[in-house]
Design a protein around this ligand. Structure first.
Ligand SMILES: [Zn+2]
Length: 386
């Protein structure tokens, strides 16, 4: 269902609602929710839930899964009036530490709404609720919507992953309301491995007794080029050694050194190759021991047939709203990667238009916001009418 008259009414409503959407965005941005601050995450999720209930009423089903040291996961289900089950995948944590808001308050500057976490991804949460409100007001069919709000996405979703995978198990579409890339939908994301290399050598005095030592720093310096040689940019595989540390003093043969490695892959077949390459790392000096830890955080996301079908539908909706919808590939992973690996349809980056995620110039483009709301609403009602 991509009835042009219905889409025009959706677009009108989204334009009318813009001031309220922006007021809600300010309200959510003003709830600071850094991934590593349990007290703020708990209070933030309380505030987001209260807001959600104000906007959409009490959900038919509601569970708050305890996250332990990580943010809790809120699952809320709003039954549909039409066909289909859609998962709204949203994270409420941000990369911004406690106190950021005091030096960088939410503000409107021309066509930009700025503030910590506005683009990634408080705006997506707000837009999702307003898309549903628009469909209700117009009496258009709505699919059943299951919200999953997690608070540990920015640190790899250690606590929320099983909840996401269970909630997504038989969904028709996971709408990941993460930021868009210049209005484009992300249908391809790289998978990500987080590996740690620890090198254990033998300490000694660098002047009096050098041959008694076996330097962990010298060994890791030899290992790093072998790590970076595992990159294969032509296949989309990148390797970055982001942090290196080791040693205790200039005149001490280093007993210990570590390296933090970030690996990104587009092709799942690259994962075992990287695993084997890292596992094969040994130092030339037999007294030096190399220890590898960490592993794959998220698998790569590549469009499956269900995603392609949903992208085609979203494209039709966008065209009905007078816009072209493009898809794109990005190097960053999201929770969409987990859902895609289950073979379900995933449209990621269906949230805000803007730029600067994780950066001080993070902002949402105000003039593009009604279209993003209308696109989500149009797609939802198209799914419900299938
Ligand atoms: Zn995000």
């Amino acid at each position: 269902m991509t009835d042009p008259a219905a889409l025009a009414r959706i677009a009108d409503l989204a334009r009318r609602d813009l001031p309220e959407v922006l007021a809600d965005l300010r309200r959510l941005v003003e709830l600071e929710t850094p991934s590593n601050d349990k007290a703020l995450l708990d209070a933030g999720l309380d505030g987001i839930e209260a807001w959600l209930v104000e906007r959409l009423g009490a959900p038919a089903e509601r569970v708050r899964h305890a996250g332990g040291e990580y943010g809790d996961v809120l699952e809320a289900v709003y039954p549909g009036t039409g066909a289909g089950d859609v998962l709204f995948l949203c994270h409420y944590d941000t990369v911004w530490p406690r106190g950021t808001l005091a030096v960088w308050p939410a503000a409107v500057e021309g066509d930009r709404f700025t503030g910590p976490g506005c683009f990634d991804m408080k705006a997506g949460i707000v837009q999702g609720a307003w898309a549903l409100r628009a469909l209700r007001e117009l009496g258009l069919p709505v699919p059943t919507v299951r919200w999953v709000l997690n608070g540990d996405e920015e640190i790899g979703s250690p606590a929320s992953r099983p909840h996401i995978e269970r909630a997504a198990a038989d969904t028709d579409l996971a709408l990941v309301l993460e930021p868009s890339r210049a209005g484009r939908v992300k249908t391809r994301r790289k998978g990500m491995g987080l590996f740690d290399l620890a090198v254990h050598g033998v300490e000694s005095h660098a002047g009096l007794d050098p041959e008694a030592g076996a330097s962990a720093v010298h060994a890791i310096a030899e290992l790093i080029p072998r790590v970076t040689a595992l990159a294969a940019p032509e296949r989309g595989t990148t390797v970055n050694v982001g942090v290196v540390s080791g040693g205790t003093g200039r005149n001490v043969v280093a007993g210990h050194a570590t390296a933090q490695i970030d690996v990104r892959v587009q092709d799942p077949a690259e994962m075992p190759r990287i695993d084997a390459g890292l596992a094969a790392l040994t130092a030339a000096d037999p007294r030096v021991r190399v220890e590898l830890s960490g592993g794959w955080n998220r698998p790569p996301m590549n469009p499956n047939s269900a995603t392609e079908e949903m992208f085609a539908l979203a494209r039709e909706v966008a065209a009905g709203l007078g816009a072209d919808l493009e898809q794109t590939a990005v190097g960053g992973a999201s929770d969409g990667n987990f859902v895609s690996a289950l073979g379900r349809a995933v449209l990621d980056g269906m949230g805000a238009a803007g730029s600067g995620p994780h950066a001080r110039d993070e902002h949402v483009l105000i003039s593009a916001t009604p279209h993003q709301v209308a696109l989500a609403a149009g797609l939802l009602t198209a799914v419900a009418a299938r």
